[in-house]
Design a protein around this ligand. Structure first.
Ligand code: ADP
Ligand code: MG
Length: 245
């Protein structure tokens, strides 16, 4: 069986003024793969995810989604963005909307799905993330872990082809990290294609199909977790791994 290439990045560059943040990035992500992206703060991980979701505009290079190069001139970026879900460190839920309203907002207003159908989908997603009893609650009444699980459900409601996670557990109290990682693990088992920026090396080791290490805007090393953690090829990867304990 042929595996579908969901994302291909070719020679991607991005600068902020004089600061060259992404340097000739090349990366392929295949269907159902979980890629964990690691690296020190400032290495360009968030900028890469933001380019993939078109929250940042690349300077040059190619982004090919599902076999089709995304050209800002000819593609509706909002349409493309529906295929790429993103979960941030800070949950960014709408505070004035209930959990259910948060989840159905984009399907109803962007995708023009009926409220009834969107609600049915949302309730299934809430069940999946273990929060079906919180549908009518406002985000302020939820723990950080629950908010993040709602944020995941909200991204999934658009039925994306790929999910990007940018340090989804970094803002959480330690005792709440596990429930969010568990939700992500279940998504991975269900076959979702995912790129996860994380400092949770235990999660990465267990769930990743591929590890990618970035340093100074460059992909230094890509490997299977077994190899990557026990026998990294590059000195800089070794240094990074020993610094994470
Ligand atoms: P990481 O997520 O790996 O910590 P980032 O992608 O956030 O790294 O940042 C990479 C570099 O780009 C950093 O030096 C950061 O200060 C810089 N940077 C990120 N976003 C912007 C921006 N909008 N304007 C200017 N510099 C930025
Ligand atoms: Mg970041």
């Amino acid at each position: 069986m042929e595996t579908r290439e969901m994302i291909r990045v070719e020679n991607l560059n991005k600068s902020f003024g004089d600061l060259h943040v992404l340097k000739n990035i090349n990366l392929s992500v295949y269907e159902s793969d979980v890629v964990c992206l690691v690296g020190a703060s400032g290495s360009g991980k968030s900028t890469l995810l933001r380019c993939l979701n078109f929250l940042e505009r690349k300077d040059n290079g190619k982004i090919i989604l599902n076999g089709q190069e995304v050209l800002p001139q000819t593609h509706d970026i909002n349409e493309v963005r529906q295929h790429v879900g993103m979960v941030f460190q800070h949950f960014n839920l709408f505070p004035h909307m209930t959990v259910l309203e948060n989840i159905i907002e984009a399907p109803v207003h962007v995708k023009k799905i009926s409220k009834e159908e969107a609600t049915k989908d949302a309730m299934e997603l809430l069940q999946k993330v273990g929060l079906e009893d919180k549908a009518d609650v406002y985000p302020s009444k939820l723990s950080g872990g629950q908010k993040q699980r709602v944020a995941i459900a909200r991204a999934l409601a658009m039925k994306p082809d790929i999910m990007l996670f940018d340090e989804p557990t970094s803002a959480l109290d330690p005792e709440l990290v596990g429930e969010v990682l568990q939700t992500m693990k279940e998504l991975a088992v269900d076959g979702m294609t995912m790129i996860v920026v994380t400092h949770e090396m235990g999660f990465a080791r267990e769930v990743a199909d591929w590890m990618v290490f970035m340093d100074g805007g460059v992909i230094i090393e890509k490997g299977h977790p077994d190899e990557f953690f026990s026998n990294p090829k590059e000195e800089r990867t070794r240094e990074f791994l020993s610094s994470t304990g």
